[in-house]
Design a protein around this ligand. Structure first.
Ligand SMILES: Cc1ncc(COP(=O)(O)O)c(C=O)c1O
Length: 357
């Protein structure tokens, strides 16, 4: 892909940038540039460019605003001790975007082009990648949307792919602490043949109401059950789940209607190497409740790019609750192993890291 670069004449000044990077929060500050490439059936992907970050002008009839034909990705760039900048398994995000594009009838952006686009933006905005103290990183958000102006339900004939980036602070302020979960029995996230496995905005729109209920109930996050029977654990609004059994086995819900997390996949490999048998299978809400009560389940954790891994604490539902499991030992060991690879403090034996700068 040929990428042109137009640098901003008004980059954020060094003093302001230092202030932002000292306390970046999440998703509120954006780097000086953005990446854009457009697609039409006749020309394919064309006009790839890095330009100054700024607002888009959209026709009110732009299809994505009406029919939600949109997909996105979320990944991070990490600064290592020697100043170099690395991405974690970016080709996995690219491959997932290819799968999402298939479900949303959007054009395929090749894996190499996706990775090149991310690298182009991160390298132009490299001064925005924080140092690794406090697990800071640069969150990278590639997204693709129907940019044709038309009203009518059919795949758009003009599509735009963009990448923006935002410095991110530690997900946990004051150390890793377990998240409490609210079991949503009224709402599901995905159904058979639906879009659960695609990373598309609509799935997140549908999670907002149950997530608000979780907060109103005093919990941190919502956990969804399967849409057909309302019996099997699926995932959280933005994280996959793992259950650790006392005999060392670890279980994660099987794929199908959940998002195939890159952290989830990495843990399967990592835990396997640490000598644990990993099972991808259905796990019912009763197995969770009973396993915690009788001591068979000794740890539960959730995983995703933002938090990496977080212990799961109490589970609550209408009229009841299950306590936090006894331990967080393996959870924290897997977390450290993964974070150390991402920040270049441990050998990357799986070949997961890609150098950008
Ligand atoms: C619904 C959902 N499940 C799981 C995940 C975890 O995926 P990953 O590990 O690729 O960040 C995410 C986060 O992107 C998500 O939004």
């Amino acid at each position: 892909m040929e990428i042109s670069t137009t640098r901003t004449e008004h980059p954020v000044d060094d003093a302001r940038l230092a202030e932002i990077l000292a306390n970046p929060g999440f998703g509120t500050h954006f780097t000086d540039h953005m990446f854009t490439v457009e697609w039409t059936p006749g020309e394919g992907w064309h006009d790839a460019r890095v330009t100054p970050y700024g607002p888009l002008t959209l026709d009110p009839a732009t299809a994505v605003l009406h029919y939600a034909q949109e997909i996105f990705e979320g990944m991070k760039a990490y600064r290592h001790e020697d100043g170099s900048i690395w991405a974690f398994r970016p080709e996995e995000n690219a491959a997932r975007m290819v799968r999402s594009s298939h479900r949303l009838a959007l054009p395929v952006l090749e894996v190499d082009d996706f990775v090149e686009a991310v690298a182009a933006l991160v390298s132009v905005d490299q001064r925005w990648v924080p140092d690794q103290e406090g697990e800071k990183s640069l969150y990278v958000r590639p997204f693709m949307f129907a940019s044709e102006a038309f009203l009518g339900v059919r795949p758009a004939q003009h599509v735009t792919f963009m990448v923006i980036a935002s410095p991110a602070g530690s997900y946990f302020k004051g150390g890793v602490k377990p998240v409490s979960l609210w079991l949503s029995e009224d709402y599901t996230r995905a159904g058979r043949g639906g879009m659960g496995a695609a990373k598309t905005g609509g799935n997140y729109a549908s999670s907002l109401l149950p997530q608000s209920e979780a907060i109103a109930q005093g919990c941190d996050q919502v956990v969804f059950l399967d849409g057909e029977e309302g019996r099997y654990v699926e995932e959280l609004g933005g994280m996959n789940m793992y259950f650790v059994f006392k005999d060392g086995r670890i279980v994660t819900p099987a794929l199908g209607t959940i998002l195939e997390g890159i952290t989830r996949g990495s843990i399967i490999e990592l835990a396997g190497k640490m000598g644990h048998q990993v099972e991808e299978r259905r796990i019912s809400i009763d197995e969770w409740r009973e396993g915690v009560a009788n001591g068979d389940i000794v740890e539960i954790f959730a995983c995703g790019t933002a938090a990496v891994i977080t212990p799961v604490g109490e589970l609550r539902w209408e009229g009841g609750s299950a306590p936090a499991p006894a331990s967080t030992e393996l959870t924290m060991a897997i977390r450290s192993a993964l974070v150390d690879v991402q920040f270049g403090r441990a050998e990357d034996t799986f070949g997961w890291m890609r150098r950008i700068v």
